[in-house]
Design a protein around this ligand. Structure first.
Ligand SMILES: Cc1cc2nc3c(=O)[nH]c(=O)nc-3n(C[C@H](O)[C@H](O)[C@H](O)COP(=O)(O)OP(=O)(O)OC[C@H]3O[C@@H](n4cnc5c(N)ncnc54)[C@H](O)[C@@H]3O)c2cc1C
Length: 410
């Protein structure tokens, strides 16, 4: 058993939330010599990071949309950072993260329009994709007709659980639990007081706070707004949620990582990632299925998933699979249109002194979000006073969605 490290009396930065944003930010700050304390209200990565599909997007799928450039550029730059970390060359040492697949595929259904879209996409993306023929295609395409085009995309898929575990291990600053409904109070620089999961009260002097709590940023900002009268402090002014209704399919015959593209859209009809599960695989299904399925109930969403799998992969037999769904919200910085931001968003919550709220927008963009936090703290004149070594991480990653106890398989 890992005993919790003592809570330090004083740190440079308190980070709320141990998902990919909080953990990468913690690495970035400790690397620069800041002392940090990470406060987590559940298990590490609970919410989005563990539930993500783990695709380190290259920006390829955004190349079809109107808002191409910014998102694609940011993602392309982030790719290099991830590659170096996974190789252990630079950045947090992520050599022990499981890379589930070194590449993804993009494929079309048999319809003419879909094949046309695929051809256009491949033309736009010619330096990023490679057409796969014959045995070079993944096992899931073994029985696919010739009219189905398959391209390989140079984007890795990582296992979110080992990612969270390794990010938590690469730095040794203290982490502590926070009661989920804890009343936190701060006005930084100054004392931050909170209650831990066992009901004990703590206080730490901090120079700055960084909110990386995903959807939890809303309540943190709201509790701040409640203690101040500063206009614009409300969470709704700076954040938004975009819900998803994901589907899990247990009993897949092989693994598959990729996007089934549909007619002239930047949203894939289906995005499939996989995990080993006893003697078969779990397919984790997102893309338009998950976005459009938000208004569907569980059983209608499963029917929609069966249809989508049939339309995208009619040659794969999934008749003996069992199915379940997962509702999860993407938490993002607010955009004027409510659509996906192109970049990570880091907002200064002026009502609370040196407090920054972070939404990476994508798992892949967590390094960029962390870089922005570092730049803003430096600009604000917050200087590092030296890291604290608290030993092994005191908290563990949340379970993967298909391993959660309460999942109802049908
Ligand atoms: C279904 C799904 C699939 C996705 N797939 C991909 C993908 O393939 N590729 C990609 O790049 N992006 C993907 N994303 C987006 C990506 O997962 C998120 O952008 C990213 O994980 C957000 O990380 P985060 O650390 O900001 O938030 P989270 O991962 O939600 O972490 C927040 C952390 O804060 C904790 N917390 C909550 N409230 C509090 C509080 N009050 N105090 C302290 N701690 C708190 C939580 O327990 C959690 O540990 C996906 C998102 C979803 C939902």
């Amino acid at each position: 058993m890992i005993l919790p490290a003592p809570i330090p009396d004083r740190v440079d930065v308190v980070i709320f939330g141990g998902g990919v944003a909080g953990l990468w930010t913690r690495w970035r700050l400790e690397h620069a010599g800041y002392s940090t304390l990470l406060l987590e209200s559940s298990s590490l990565g609970h919410g989005q990071t563990i539930a993500s599909q783990g695709i380190l997007h290259r920006g390829t799928k955004y190349a079809f949309g109107k808002d191409v450039s910014q998102a694609s550029m940011e993602l392309l730059m982030a790719q290099e950072v991830w590659s170096r970390a996974i190789k252990g060359v630079d950045g947090p040492d992520l050599r022990r993260v499981t890379v589930l697949s070194p590449t993804t595929v993009m494929w079309t259904s048999e319809s003419f329009l879909s094949r046309f879209t695929g051809a256009v996409a491949a033309g736009v993306l010619k330096s990023d994709v490679k057409k796969l023929e014959g045995d070079a295609r993944p096992a899931a395409f073994k029985s696919a007709p010739k009219a189905v085009n398959v391209w390989e995309i140079d984007e890795k898929v990582v296992d979110s659980s080992t990612l969270v575990r390794e990010l938590a291990r690469v730095v040794r600053g203290p982490m502590a639990s926070l009661a989920p409904d804890a009343h936190t109070h701060w006005d930084l620089p100054g004392m931050l007081s909170w209650t831990d999961a066992a009901g004990r009260s703590h206080a730490t002097h901090a120079s700055a706070a960084v909110l990386c709590a995903g959807v939890g940023n809303e309540s943190l900002i709201t509790s701040l707004a409640g203690t101040t009268s500063v206009p614009g402090a409300a969470a709704s002014h700076v954040s938004q949620r975009r819900p998803l209704h994901m589907v899990m399919m247990r009993g897949a015959p092989c693994d598959l990582f990729g996007h089934c593209i549909r007619e002239l859209s930047d949203k894939p009809r289906l995005t499939v990632t996989s995990a080993r599960d006893a003697d078969s695989f779990v397919w984790y299904l997102g893309g338009s299925l998950a976005e459009d399925g938000v208004s569907r109930d569980e059983s209608t969403q499963i029917d929609a998933a069966k249809l989508a799998v049939h339309e995208c992969l009619p040659w794969v037999d999934v008749s003996r699979a069992s199915w379940a769904t997962l509702r999860v919200d993407r938490a993002e910085g607010r955009t004027a249109t409510g659509k996906r931001p192109d970049t990570p968003i880091v907002s200064h919550i002026a009502a609370a002194g040196h407090t920054l709220a972070v939404w990476p927008t994508k798992l892949a963009l967590a390094p960029a979000a962390a870089g922005r936090v570092f730049d803003l703290l430096e600009t604000a004149g917050i200087r590092p006073t030296g890291v604290i070594d608290a030993g092994e991480p005191a908290l563990s990653p949340a379970p993967l969605p298909w391993n959660e106890g309460g999942v109802r398989w049908r």
